[in-house]
Design a protein around this ligand. Structure first.
Ligand SMILES: [Zn+2]
Length: 311
């Protein structure tokens, strides 16, 4: 390993290898030696969302180091990663099969359980990090077995976001981080078609993230939830590009503009710390523009909106 880069923290390394079953996310052949690849090619970005497990062979194809090998775009690699991690998670969760509900009564009970858990979540403080993780993990597991629970989950999360404003820093961060995990089944248009329910859920997710980010910027004046919100919106933007969802992409940009506006309001009140939020939005918008061009989407209105929002 070269010295001029930050080593991947051990905890992250263990987590990414576990999430991928120590197996390459592209060829998925067991027992091969694997490496950890930085999806955006920035070797210092050790965010787990930026890491993919690849075997030596696939790695050299991805990075284009093999003469005849076709180079993969970073969106393609991300797609393989998300799809593979989703498959493993779903297989591991087989023991939770009882979450698959059949009767109306069972469904009602699950909805009640979701509301109860999220109500509990609303009352938790930042020092209850373990409990916060447990609840968010439980909710995501329900989604893995039955996607339709996502609606109940998002509705209830929206309630606690509005009522309590998620005053706590860490809770807001963790909630924002969990939202893209409800779209793991969208593993690319060649595999899974997007339906009306998905697009409706995407819109709800964007509203939810928008609320978290705007509140954090204007009232809570904390950068971490703002940053996490923008990262999650950015993951949803990737989905928009894969699935050619122009109007949802537009909604994301508008939501990011609102977050930026709130960061600016706080900044102008002489709370200098949130200028970093303005920069984060602009940087992300620039990335969106590059991705649209890279994936050859013809979205002139979206590009126009991006340029408007960058100003
Ligand atoms: Zn491989």
């Amino acid at each position: 390993m070269v010295n001029d880069r930050e080593a991947i923290p051990r905890k992250t390394e263990a987590e990414i290898l576990f999430n991928n079953d120590h197996t390459c996310c592209i060829c998925r052949e067991k027992g091969k030696d694997v490496q950890i690849h930085h999806i955006d090619e920035n070797k210092n970005n050790n965010d787990i969302k930026n890491l993919a497990v690849l075997c030596l062979n696939c790695h050299s194809v991805v990075t284009g180091k093999r003469g005849l090998g076709r180079k993969y775009s970073y969106l393609e690699v991300k797609k393989y990663k998300v799809d593979w991690e989703y498959t493993i998670k779903k297989n591991r969760g087989r023991t939770y099969q009882h979450a698959k509900t059949t009767t109306k009564l069972e469904k009602k009970l699950f909805k009640f359980e979701i509301a109860k858990k999220i109500y509990e979540l609303g009352a938790l403080r930042d020092q209850d990090a373990v409990k916060i993780d447990e609840i968010l993990e439980f909710l995501n597991l329900l989604y893995l077995f039955e996607e339709h629970y996502t609606d109940t989950i998002f509705d209830n999360l929206a309630n606690i976001t509005i009522v309590s404003g998620l005053g706590d820093n860490l809770k807001a961060v963790k909630i924002a981080e969990s939202i893209p995990k409800y779209f793991y089944h969208l593993a690319g248009p060649d595999k899974v078609k997007i339906n009306k329910k998905d697009t409706k859920r995407l819109k709800n997710a964007i509203d939810l993230l928008g609320n978290v980010g705007e509140f954090a910027a204007e009232f809570n004046k904390k950068y971490r939830p703002v940053e996490e919100t923008i990262d999650s919106l950015s993951s949803l933007f990737d989905l928009c590009i894969w699935y050619n969802q122009k109007s949802i992409a537009m909604k994301i940009i508008k939501e990011m503009s609102k977050i930026k506006k709130n960061c600016l309001i706080t900044f102008e009140k002489n709370e200098k710390k949130l200028y970093i939020g303005v920069r984060k939005v602009n940087k992300t918008l620039e990335k969106f523009q590059k991705d649209i061009e890279k994936e050859k989407r013809k979205w002139p209105k979206v590009i126009f909106e991006i340029n408007k929002s960058k100003r």
